[in-house]
Design a protein around this ligand. Sequence first.
Ligand code: ADP
Ligand code: GLC
Length: 484
Amino acid sequence: MHKVLFVTSEAYPLMKTGGLGDVCGSLPVALESLGCDVRLLMPGYRDTLARADGFEPVARLQPPLFPHHITLLEGKLPGKRVKVWLVDYPPAYDRPGNPYYDPYGNDWYDNAARFALLARTAVALALGRTSLSWQPDVVHCHDWQAGLVPAWLSLETRRPATVFTIHNLSYQGLFPRDTFTALGLPDTLWSSEALEFHGALSFIKGGVVFADRLTTVSPTYAREIQSPEFGCGLDGVLRRRSRSLTGILNGIDTVEWDPAHDAHLSKPYSAHRFRNKLANKLALQKEFELPPDPDMPVIGMVGRLVYQKGIDLLLGAIPKLAGMPLQMVILGSGETRYEKALEHAAAHAGNRLAVRIGYDEALAHRIVAGSDMILMPSRFEPCGLNQLYGLRYGTVPIVRRIGGLADTVVDATPANLRAGTATGFVFDPAEPAALAAAVTRALDGYRNGRQWKKLALNGMRQDFSWRKSADAYIKLYKTALHTR
Ligand code: ADP
Ligand code: GLC
């Protein structure tokens, strides 16, 4: 049985700003059910501590170069058996709101130190330098916040194997050179073959360069990031590591996201009781103050309002969409320019477009359930979870053929419809006109009620549980242990 330490900044429900939280809150549960002994290490953010019922201090650590000691709090992922350690260090983590940004939307000034602290703690645990009796065989690090862990561990002769998962290559954790020295990183790690990235310190390179095994969250994204177009300046390093890099598709938490038992819905439904989905649509129209109309197709969108998500493509397509028989509901938060532009568009779209700026887990469920279609026009998408939630809820995805979206949605071409494999609508160019054309195709499909239901039910039948991918991670842990 492998002992695996997950090092992550987010794990639902203790902390979530996006898919990283979903994955690190559900993959460990799947790994446990396959016999792994998985423990999580994550920062004790203020909001996390507020949700951490029953956590108790179990160890104290003095990280090098930090003025105070850390307290490790131990507990369980709420409602699950998976053990969690929270790094309690109030000067770094006891702050309101988002874990990465201050209330003005700027990066916290001391992010380098905050996540170096997470890494230092992980390294101490990994090397058995704490009073805890548990030591991992594999340390599985997620995204740039955990990037320094494989780098620091690479300096040790006796160490666990390391796996680094790239959930999003565009967030790299770049800091000025003097941070490198301040964090006590050794000079041997300052080179373009190590942590340096064009004169800056790159946290993500710690994972990309030094982990025994690299993964990302879909096979297509694993290929894409080795090209200049999607490599965010790291495609060269990734090509050099291509033999150690695999794409393992994300799964979803099929208990949390289950239309038949979803407590957030006004009326649960399933493939057998598909007609009950309609009650959720009417409730959604009411909630967003759109004219209630069972026959009007509703397109939903939930997500971070950032460049990645193709918000500009949607904004460019709105004049065309406004002339179509549809309603649209959007929930999201992120860059002010997108928030403002969407609110402006909603104010001028009559009764067609409703926008809610904010973060609301329950409303996200109601949108996925109450919409007929879910839109993800992403410019890039490492995996994407909302299209998977859409499929499970019989809410047909309209997506760009990119990253994990390309790997999970099968376009409703005549041939795929005939073969019964179609699950959604896929478009290629990152252009508003292509988005609008895909929506037009979806609306045409919607008007053919019988075929639409077949398409929706086909999505509901797909298996996006963690089973297969958790197996793939276990195989990968074995390889990492052999090749360490
Ligand atoms: P990413 O990780 O790039 O944000 P994913 O599609 O992988 O994209 O995952 C996003 C997750 O975050 C989904 O569970 C989605 O429902 C959730 N989410 C994003 N924005 C919001 C929001 N404003 N309110 C509620 N949930 C949100
Ligand atoms: C990232 C990606 C998203 C992916 C998620 C979980 O935030 O943007 O595509 O689904 O991580 O892996």
